[in-house]
Design a protein around this ligand. Structure first.
Ligand SMILES: [Zn+2]
Ligand SMILES: [Zn+2]
Length: 202
């Protein structure tokens, strides 16, 4: 298999938006991207063929000098300068399956952020179950984002939206169990009122 570099035609020297795929030939690679043919350039890069087994991972990209942002601090892991333009200590990039980090420190910091998200998710789901009972089917709980209409937006420790189905629903209800703001779609309104034992007339 050959390493085929697919890069945007309008900016061929920029890594952002470029990708490497492995295919028997440029034509094979192009066949997978027929919708994008007008915007991208395809070229075989034999020096990267060796990455076929591992894939062109973050680590491979960094080793090949691509601009790869740290998953935690978002600076280019190869950058010699920090955001303020100061020369920074040479970094020793570290990796996990999908991400690159400028250092073990950034990797640990990101792990802590994810741990915090996981805790918030669990809390958000737990509060929703306290509010609505065990019959709801939680399809999503967020550990980070919040909606514009959430009244507890200013309290980051409570952040988290939840999305769930309820007995009789066609779609999903979403909202914030902390400030108890919920959105029910029009087509589920009657089922919601029945389930919540609310008067049907509005
Ligand atoms: Zn970093
Ligand atoms: Zn809220």
């Amino acid at each position: 298999m050959s390493a085929i570099l697919i890069s945007p035609l309008d900016d061929p020297y920029n890594d952002i938006g470029a990708t490497v795929v492995f295919a028997p030939s440029i034509l094979h690679a192009a066949a997978e991207f027929t919708d994008e043919l007008a915007f991208f350039e395809f070229s075989h890069r034999p020096e990267w063929d060796k990455y076929e087994a591992t894939g062109f991972t973050c680590q491979a990209m960094v080793e090949e000098g691509w601009t790869v942002p740290c998953r935690f601090c978002e600076q280019d892991v190869n950058d010699e300068y920090d955001r303020d333009g100061e020369l920074r200590d040479p970094t020793e990039p570290v990796y996990d399956k999908r991400n690159a980090y400028c250092s073990q420190q950034c990797k640990d910091a990101q792990a802590a952020v994810w741990h915090e998200y996981a805790k918030r998710k669990a809390l958000t789901s737990a509060v929703a179950i306290v509010l609505f009972g065990p019959d709801i089917d939680i399809t999503y709980a967020s550990g980070s984002s919040r909606s514009g209409w959430c009244k507890c937006k200013q309290e980051p420790h409570l952040s988290g939206m939840v999305e769930f189905r309820f007995p009789g629903s066609k779609g999903k209800v979403n909202g914030c169990p902390h400030c108890r703001q919920f959105g029910v779609t029009r087509r589920d309104l009657a089922a919601w009122k029945t389930w919540r034992k609310l008067p049907q007339a509005d």
